[in-house]
Design a protein around this ligand. Structure first.
Ligand SMILES: *[C@@H]1O[C@H](CO)[C@@H](O)[C@H](O)[C@H]1NC(C)=O
Ligand SMILES: *[C@@H]1O[C@H](CO)[C@@H](O)[C@H](O)[C@H]1NC(C)=O
Ligand SMILES: *[C@@H]1O[C@H](CO)[C@@H](O)[C@H](O)[C@H]1NC(C)=O
Length: 649
């Protein structure tokens, strides 16, 4: 009835039943992880480093579409813990032979973090391979550990116990033991008798090296991915799946064929003083050659600070100079010299150095006390926590615009890199790189006919295992009209894993002022009015990162907040709101019907940016469509990322 349009709401339970039926067989064959299935035999397993490896697998779900019920299959890869002896795992994790030097405190923390919750099996009892889950690490070395063996207070050391009970002579007596079982009655297991159980997915944060390695195995040209998907469907042999048969489910082994349209690229306006005053991107790409930013920002006072041990004498100075020149060439009003010579500081002293530098620069500027417009920061190539600390201090304590550059780029100093960084700096100091010709000419329907503000909102959640970190909500809103190019942003920490954005609208009691209202929407609406002199008569709200199960909850709560924020400005102020949910993490892949047709694919084989699909494979009632919003980008190695297709509802 739902698929035939005779019932408005999707019958979630019925869909779930069909989904479960089709998952039954793969669940027995493979390792299920949420909606995907992985196996060490579905393609090569690949080492990711530090005791992790990648397994290949596939995503599978039943979806209601305008064509009826569809089976959504996509290839995927994820990280698993290598089924190594624990001693070997720890050696890989610490990158050294652990029998040589005793563990340091930080080694211990690292091991504990990596192993907590991991299942191991014991190897010292022949075929009795009992499994345990690791709950911690002992603070003492194995040779110092003892425990009561009976109720009369007889105590035995772990070393003695293993020798007497199992005839096993523990070698690594200086290492701590693994703790299994609960905290009241902990069980001690020497690392050397434990092996990690195969098939455990690793869901904590990967380091940069592991991410790069994982991307390398995930990245596939579209043509290969399509082949693998078809092969997976064939291999899964749904036609002879006894459960599917029992429920009368038949699955077509062909891919669905849909019609698509390719939207024309928007023409981009640059400054009239440049040799090229506008540009029409081709296949999602264009560059800044012979063009100037449409509004170059001003950087009168700037300084540079270096945290990288490897950056030699003149390199930092030369780099900053080249960057300043590139900013000028691109159209910014950028002072050629910093207000102070390059300062150096150690990463450990980031807070002290930034604050001292800030005051020095204030004193050195003319007139004194004038704030810095920009701080250029040279960072070591691999210290994410320094980046985080620096941004926190600059943005929440000093109110300082900063541009970080990695050491490797300071060495290479390529023109392309400098030009890209110039674009970032310009936006950060309030300039505009380009605007849409159609916006200036007021030719964008439902945007340029009357004052319209465009919002974007997202929430980032901490990784599993980082249980005390807050979720972070971010909201941006356009601050120019009709161009809709310049955005102001606000961020706000909120409760752990909370998807609904709490700070969109706020009411509180103030002892002096009585009832006060605020929140991110209200602030951004006010700053729009200040910047443009007009009240928005229309709101378009793009909301990222909402899972399908939460659509209506988010829509109701946040739309209500938008309405209240408007009403708090003026009693009858209720501009129409369009609420658009954007999803990047879905598994619908679109391939060109003919991979060799140059009119429908780019050089990597991805379908063209601007491709829109809004029929057949879309939801029967949710007004969704797929948009390939940018070109498939090369990600460093010789393969290409699959074009990201944004699904919008
Ligand atoms: C940059 O800072 C590091 C760390 O303080 C220092 O070792 C290095 O010598 C500095 N480089 C320059 C050019 O000052
Ligand atoms: C900067 O000026 C302030 C106030 O005039 C003064 O206290 C401080 O010592 C000066 N700092 C430097 C490094 O000159
Ligand atoms: C990374 O930066 C932090 C400061 O954020 C510092 O404490 C730490 O020592 C740095 N690590 C290295 C390896 O330099």
């Amino acid at each position: 009835m739902f698929l035939a349009g005779r019932q408005p709401d999707a019958p979630q339970e019925a869909l779930q039943v069909l989904d479960i039926v089709l998952r039954e067989l793969p669940t027995a064959r493979y390792s299920p992880v949420s909606r995907s299935f992985y196996s060490p035999n579905l393609g090569r397993r690949q080492r990711l480093g530090d005791g992790l490896e990648s397994w290949r697998g596939f995503y599978q779900s039943i979806r209601p579409t305008q064509m009826g019920l569809s089976l959504n299959i996509d290839m995927s890869s994820t990280a698993f813990i290598e089924p190594l002896p624990v001693i070997e795992f720890v050696a890989q994790l610490l990158c050294r032979d652990i029998s040589v030097r005793p563990l340091t405190d930080s080694d211990r923390v690292k091991i504990k973090k990596a192993l907590r919750g991991v299942k191991v099996e014991v190897t010292h009892r022949g075929n009795m391979r009992r499994k345990y889950r690791i709950s911690g690490l002992t603070s003492q070395a194995t040779r110092e550990l003892s425990f009561p063996v009976d109720d009369r207070g007889t105590v035995k050391t772990v070393v003695q116990y293993f020798l007497e009970t199992y005839g096993f002579n523990i070698q690594h007596t200086t290492l701590p033991c693994l703790q299994v079982g609960n905290q009241q009655r902990p069980n001690y297991l020497p690392m050397e008798v434990c092996k990690i159980v195969e098939g455990q997915r690793y869901s904590k944060r990967l380091n940069e090296k592991q991410i790069t390695a994982l991307l390398k195995v995930t990245c596939q040209r579209p043509q290969e991915r399509e082949k693998d998907i078809l092969q997976t469907v064939h291999h899964n042999a749904y036609y002879e799946d006894p459960y599917a048969q029992e429920f009368g489910i038949k699955i077509d082994e062909q891919l669905a064929s849909v019609e698509a349209r390719v939207l024309p690229p928007p023409r981009l306006k640059y400054h009239d003083s440049g040799r090229e005053k506008d540009v029409l991107p081709r296949v999602g790409q264009w560059n800044m050659m012979n063009k100037k930013m449409v509004n170059g920002g001003r950087v009168g006072h700037w300084a540079c600070i270096n945290f990288s041990r490897n950056v030699q004498d003149n390199a930092a100075k030369v780099f900053c100079h080249e960057l300043a020149i590139m900013c000028q060439i691109s159209g910014m009003n950028f002072a050629p010299e910093p207000v102070l010579p390059v300062l150096s500081a150690r990463p450990e002293h980031v807070e002290r150095a930034l604050k001292a530098r800030y005051h020095d620069a204030m004193n050195a500027s003319k007139p004194p006390g004038k704030e810095l417009d920009l701080l250029i920061v040279i960072l070591p190539d691999n210290n994410g926590s320094l980046y985080g600390d620096l941004k926190r201090i600059c943005e929440t304590e000093l109110g300082l615009v900063s541009q970080c550059c990695l050491t490797k780029h300071v060495f290479k100093m390529s023109k392309q890199y400098l030009a890209n960084v110039a674009l970032k700096i310009n936006v950060k100091v309030g300039g505009r790189n380009t605007v849409l010709v159609d916006a200036l000419a007021r030719r964008i329907r439902l945007v340029t006919d009357r004052p319209t503000i465009i919002f974007g909102a997202d929430v980032t959640h901490p990784h599993p295992g980082e249980d005390s970190s807050p979720s972070i909500a971010a909201v941006v809103a356009s601050q120019d009209w009709p161009e809709i190019t310049k955005y102001a942003g606000l961020v706000s920490a909120q409760a752990h894993r909370q998807e609904l954005i709490q700070d969109l609208f706020k009411v509180w009691q103030d002892p002096q002022r009585g009832t006060v209202t605020g929140g991110m929407i209200k602030e951004l609406l006010i700053s729009f009015k200040r910047a443009t002199g007009q009240k928005p008569q229309r709101i378009i709200f793009y909301r990222d990162g909402v899972s399908e199960g939460q659509f209506y909850q988010v829509l109701l709560f946040e739309l209500d907040a938008i309405r209240k924020a408007c009403a708090s400005l003026e009693p009858n102020y209720q501009p129409p709101v369009t609420f658009v949910v954007v999803q990047k993490r879905h598994h619908t892949r679109l391939f060109a019907n003919n991979h060799n047709d140059q009119r429908t694919v780019d050089r990597s084989g991805n379908i063209l940016p601007g491709t829109v699909v809004d029929s057949k494979i879309c939801h029967p009632t949710e007004f969704d469509f797929y948009l390939c919003s940018h070109a498939g980008i090369q990600v460093g190695f010789s393969s290409f990322a699959m074009c990201s297709f944004d699904k919008m509802c």
